[in-house]
Design a protein around this ligand. Structure first.
Ligand SMILES: [Zn+2]
Length: 470
C-alpha cells in the first residue's frame, strides 16, 4: 500500500541489476528516492502515475564516457536525456566549461567532471613537472572536479609526465581516466600497452578500449581486441569501458596548418589522405570524414559539400568523425568475460553526449536481442558497473533508498520513452523537460560548489570500483 508518493511507475518489466530482480513490478518514488518496489502497489495518493505496461524499466543509464564540453557541446545534455542517460562522466573538458554548458543547456542529469591535461593550455607542455601536475590536480579537486583526464591519444604527454600524472592522481585519491597514447606511441595497441606500463599497480580508467583496436599495430582489429582483452584480464585492478559506435569523434582544429589532434592525423592517414588542412578538406569532400553541426536540440552530420563549407566557416573549430571502429571489436569488447565469469571490460559507454552516438540503450538492447547479453547483464554493464566505477552507491540500481534515476524503454524500438532523474521527469516521449543538473564531486569539492549554488552529490572514491576493483 502506498500512502502517497510523487511518482508511480506502474506495470513495467523491471530490470534491476542491484537485486537481480526481473519481472513486472511497480516502482514508487518520493523525495527523489525509490521508496517502494512491488507487484501492483496501490496508487492511492500518487501525485503522478506513468503507465509502463509492456515496457522495460531500468535504472537510469550511467555513461562513463561522454563529451558535454567545451560548452558548444552542451546540447549533449538534451541528447543524453533523450537516450535515457541520467548520470555520466565528462571526459575531456574542464569543470568551468562544464558548468557554463550546464547553466545554459542542463537537462537535469548528474555528471562527474575530470579536468583535462592539455599541453600549452591547462598545463605548460608535454613535459610538465610532477609539481605542476600535482598543483593542477589539487586546484581541480578544490573546485569540485573528480580528477584528471589524460588525453594522450589526441594531445600526448611524455612517458614521464604521463606516469607522474597517474601517480599524483592516485596519491590524492582522485579519479583519472586515460585516452591512451603518449609521445612514445599513439592511440593504438602499443599506446594502450604503454598505458598499462605507466599505470603499474596504480589505478586508472582506460577509456574506450575500442579505439586501440583498429588494426594499426597488428593489422587485424580482432587480433588486437583479443590482445587487449588478455592484457586487461591480467590486470583486474584496472577499470575500463568500450563503446560500440562505428564513428569516432575528434577535433578538426588546426595548429600550423595541421590538425592539432593526433587521432585526426592518424584517421586521415588511414584513409590515404595527408594529415594536413588540405587533406582534411579532401577527406570531407570525398565522404571519408563527416563534419558535425549543432542544431538547437541535436548534433547532426553534414553532407560533404556542406561539411566543407561549415569547416571553413568555423575556421575548423568543430568535431569531425571517421568510420574507424569495427563491429567485431565492439562486440568482443562488450561481451567477453574472464574465467570468473565477470566482464573483462567493466562498462559499456558511448563517447557520446554532444557527439551523436548515444547508443547505450539501443546497442545494449541489440546485444540482448542477439542473446549475447541477458537483460540483467546489459543493465549491469550500462547502469550498475559504471555507477560503481564512480563510487555512486545509490545509482545504477533500483532498490529501496536508491536515487530515483530510471528509464522506461521500448524493447521493440530500443528507445527511451521516459527518463526520470532524482525523482523528476526530465524526458517524456522525446521531449526534454529537465533543467539544470547535479555535479558528482568529492567531499573536498563540495564546499566550492555549494558556494556557487550548484547542486552536488558527494562520492567516497576510496570505496569506488576505481579504487577497489581486484
Ligand atoms: Zn572521448
Amino acid at each position: 500500500m502506498v500512502s502517497h508518493c510523487d511518482l508511480l511507475i506502474r506495470g513495467g518489466y523491471l530490470v534491476d541489476p542491484g537485486s537481480n530482480r526481473l519481472g513486472r513490478f511497480d516502482v514508487s518514488i518520493e523525495g527523489g528516492r525509490v521508496v517502494q518496489v512491488g507487484p501492483e502497489l496501490s496508487v492511492d495518493g500518487a501525485r503522478e502515475v506513468f503507465e509502463a505496461r509492456g515496457r522495460l524499466v531500468l535504472p537510469g543509464l550511467v555513461d562513463t564516457h561522454v563529451h558535454l564540453t567545451p560548452p558548444e557541446r552542451a546540447v549533449g545534455h538534451k541528447m543524453l536525456a533523450r537516450a535515457g542517460v541520467t548520470c555520466c562522466l565528462d571526459c575531456g573538458g574542464t569543470l568551468e566549461e562544464y558548468l557554463e554548458g550546464m547553466a545554459r543547456e542542463g537537462a537535469g542529469i548528474s555528471a562527474a567532471v575530470i579536468n583535462r591535461l592539455d599541453p600549452g593550455v591547462t598545463i605548460s607542455g608535454p613535459d610538465a613537472s610532477r609539481q605542476e601536475l600535482s598543483d593542477y590536480l589539487e586546484s581541480s579537486l578544490d573546485a569540485g572536479a573528480l580528477g584528471l583526464k589524460l588525453l594522450g591519444g589526441h594531445l600526448p604527454l611524455s612517458p614521464d609526465a604521463t606516469t607522474a600524472a597517474i601517480e599524483v592522481a592516485n596519491r590524492a585519491g582522485a579519479y583519472a581516466a586515460f585516452h591512451c597514447g603518449s609521445t612514445r606511441n599513439g592511440s593504438n595497441l602499443l599506446g594502450f600497452q604503454d598505458a598499462l606500463e605507466f599505470t603499474g599497480g596504480n589505478r586508472i580508467h582506460i577509456c574506450h578500449v575500442t579505439a586501440y583496436c583498429r588494426g594499426l599495430t597488428l593489422g587485424s582489429p580482432v587480433e588486437e581486441s583479443m590482445a587487449a582483452l588478455k592484457e586487461l584480464s591480467a590486470r583486474p585492478h584496472i577499470v575500463s569501458e568500450s563503446h560500440m559506435a562505428p564513428y569516432n569523434g575528434t577535433g578538426a582544429s588546426l595548429e600550423n596548418g595541421v590538425p592539432r589532434s593526433h587521432v585526426t592525423r592518424t584517421c586521415l592517414k588511414m584513409g590515404g589522405y595527408d594529415p594536413t588542412c588540405e587533406g582534411l578538406l579532401a577527406a570531407v569532400r570525398e565522404g571519408h570524414t563527416l563534419v558535425q553541426k549543432n542544431t538547437a536540440s541535436d548534433v547532426v552530420y553534414l553532407e560533404p559539400e556542406d561539411g566543407v563549407r561549415y569547416l571553413e566557416e568555423k575556421n575548423f573549430e568543430t568535431t569531425v568523425s571517421f568510420s574507424v571502429n569495427r563491429r567485431s571489436t565492439a562486440f568482443l569488447l562488450a561481451t567477453e568475460k574472464n574465467e570468473k565469469g565477470g566482464f573483462i571490460v567493466t562498462a559499456l559507454s558511448t563517447d557520446g553526449g554532444g557527439i551523436p552516438r548515444n547508443f547505450l540503450l539501443s546497442h545494449g538492447l541489440s546485444l540482448v536481442r542477439f542473446e549475447a547479453l541477458t537483460l540483467l547483464e546489459m543493465a549491469h554493464k550500462c547502469c550498475l558497473a559504471p555507477a560503481r566505477m564512480l563510487g555512486l552507491k545509490n545509482k545504477g540500481h533500483l532498490g529501496v533508498g536508491a536515487d530515483a534515476d530510471l528509464v522506461v524503454a521500448d524493447f521493440r524500438s530500443h528507445e527511451a520513452v521516459l527518463t526520470v532523474a532524482a525523482g523528476r521527469i526530465i524526458m517524456v516521449n522525446g521531449l526534454v523537460v529537465g533543467r539544470g543538473g547535479t555535479v558528482v564531486t568529492t567531499e573536498r569539492g563540495k564546499k566550492a560548489l555549494a558556494r556557487r549554488g550548484i547542486s552536488a552529490t558527494v562520492v567516497d572514491l576510496s570505496r569506488s570500483l576505481f579504487y577497489t576493483a581486484a
